[in-house]
Write a protein that binds this ligand. Structure first.
Ligand code: FCB
Length: 496
């Protein structure tokens, strides 16, 4: 961890911060302490007492089971076919930025091995594959005409998927901004949102004939906070003001891309993948702290996209807030932006990794066991609470879970991953439970298809259901992949 990391950072994002594990009692107390909330405060449910039924829980017919990756994490071939550096190439090359000194080259070599991977997916029975397009392959400097070789590659990937009956779920941006755009100011600048809209249009024109689920910008929160406030991800900046600008400009980019999507007449649907968290107060009497944290972690993204407003409590100098200067935050906003940002979308893509507690002062705290990714507090019921909260507080919209998973407990290459099976089983049960209670959940993508380059953790965290030997690039499905295959075949998850 960089030494000058500020003491108070959001747990979800301090990816190397070690939290003490809290016992189940703390969680039960937290849940018991929850007061019923209004529309601005998350309301935990009686989740803690829920037991899965003895019989398998069936999913609706047509439910989509998939797996996800992103370009920089799996592709490698960073100089092939005219690709130029992204912020991640630059950041990973910095001494000390990546835990094991690695970069996204060769990652899982998917740029070369995509056909083999599509066969692998078909073998597992996946109905959909979520992957991202690398902007620096398609527009190597972030603007101007398309690089045909870059687009041709993705055409081949999409065709291979469609041939095997696998629905493409295409993310336009998963954090790999062309370095040339960063040199011009990156997400601190409004211009980057305009460039993104042009890039998106090139992609819709090239691939829009395919029936796909398009996603605009992956987790704008993580990219803004970890990359621009915390400095642990590319571009490695540490400015809350710039982080706030990055929030707004990414959301604006999203809205502009949705407009271009409609104008392009592309087939399929479009939405945005937001990483959201269920937060629980340790002290019911101090719900204002919870409201601030919830505003920063969830409503700062959900409200503008689904309601066309920003919450008041997300930005400020109190615990749980993004400590940008309010004046800086106001400066980046222009009339009409929120209207653009709230352009109607076809689905909301939810990325769920866990829960957080909020202490009496409003700071995040540990309430559940973590995985090897110490920012991840595991609580499957939090998924149910999150989905039901979205149903309760926002206009009706189809929901897709586009990321959920855990890393192996150690960096060692293994195919035996009982923890992952247990994790997925309990989370699938909560998904089925939410559907039974009215959540319009249509799809579930496991993160990740393959072991890959896990950002600042390098190759030290293996999130795949398929093991990758990074020396030989050999792929071997883990036990969890076999188990997942069974779930897909049955379209149901069993109690144990
Ligand atoms: C998510 C990212 C994804 C991966 C998982 C573990 O926040 O979108 O790329 O790093 O976490």
């Amino acid at each position: 961890m960089p030494e000058d990391v500020p003491a108070r950072l959001p747990a979800r994002f301090s990816r190397r911060t070690l939290f003490a594990m809290a016992g189940g009692g703390a969680l039960a107390a937290a849940l018991a302490a929850c007061a019923p909330g209004g529309s601005t405060t998350p309301t935990p449910t009686a989740s803690a007492s829920w037991m899965p039924p003895a019989k398998p829980m069936a999913f609706p017919q047509g439910f989509v089971w998939g797996a996800a990756t992103s370009a920089y994490q799996v592709e490698g071939s960073v100089t092939a076919d005219g690709r130029l550096p992204s912020v991640w190439d630059t950041f990973a090359a910095r001494a000390g930025a990546i835990r094991d000194g690695s970069t996204g080259d060769p990652a899982a070599d998917q740029y070369v091995r995509y056909a083999q991977d599509v066969d692998l997916m078909a073998g597992l029975g996946l109905g959909a594959y979520r992957f991202s397009l690398a902007w620096p392959r398609i527009q190597p400097t972030g603007s101007g005409p398309a690089n045909a070789a870059g687009l041709d590659h993705y055409r081949r990937v999409v065709d291979a998927l469609v041939e095997r009956g696998i629905r493409p779920a295409i993310t336009l941006f998963h954090w790999d901004l062309p370095q040339a755009l960063q040199d011009a100011g990156g997400w601190a600048k409004r211009e980057t949102a305009l460039r993104f809209a042009d890039y998106a249009e090139l992609c819709f024109d090239a691939l829009g004939d395919v029936e796909a689920d398009w996603m605009t910008l992956n987790e704008p929160k993580t990219h803004a906070f970890v990359g621009h406030w915390y400095g642990a991800h590319a571009p490695g900046l540490r400015s809350p003001d710039v982080a706030a600008a990055a929030v707004h400009h990414q959301l604006l980019a999203h809205g502009l891309a949705v407009e271009r999507f409609r104008e392009s007449g592309a087939a399929g649907r479009i939405g945005i993948p937001l990483n959201l968290v269920s937060a629980y107060p340790l002290d019911a009497g101090r719900a204002d702290g919870l409201a601030r944290l919830d505003a920063r972690e969830n409503r700062l993204f959900l409200d503008p996209v689904l309601k066309g407003t920003y919450p008041d409590e997300a930005i400020g100098s109190l615990p749980g807030q993004l400590p940008a200067r309010p004046a800086a935050w106001m400066t980046v906003q222009e009339d009409g932006d929120l209207e653009t940002i709230s352009a109607p979308i076809d689905f909301l893509a939810v990325q769920y990794y866990g829960v957080t507690g909020v202490d009496a002062s409003g700071n995040e705290t540990s309430i559940a066991p973590t995985s090897a990714a110490t920012w991840q507090q595991i609580k499957a019921e939090g998924l149910y609470d999150l989905l039901m909260r979205i149903v309760r507080d926002y206009p009706a919209i189809p929901l897709l879970i586009t990321e959920n998973g855990i890393p192996d407990p150690t960096p060692d290459l293994t195919v035996d991953d009982p923890e992952r099976i247990e994790f997925l089983r309990t989370h699938f049960q909560q998904a089925a439970r939410s559907i039974a209670d009215g959540a319009p959940l249509e799809a579930y993508y496991v993160w990740s298809l393959l072991d890959n380059f896990e950002w600042a953790e390098g190759y030290q965290q293996r999130w795949g259901i398929v093991a990758v030997d990074f020396q030989t690039q050999e792929r071997t499905p883990k036990r969890s992949a076999e188990w997942y295959s069974g779930v897909i075949a049955a379209n149901a998850v069993s109690a144990s």
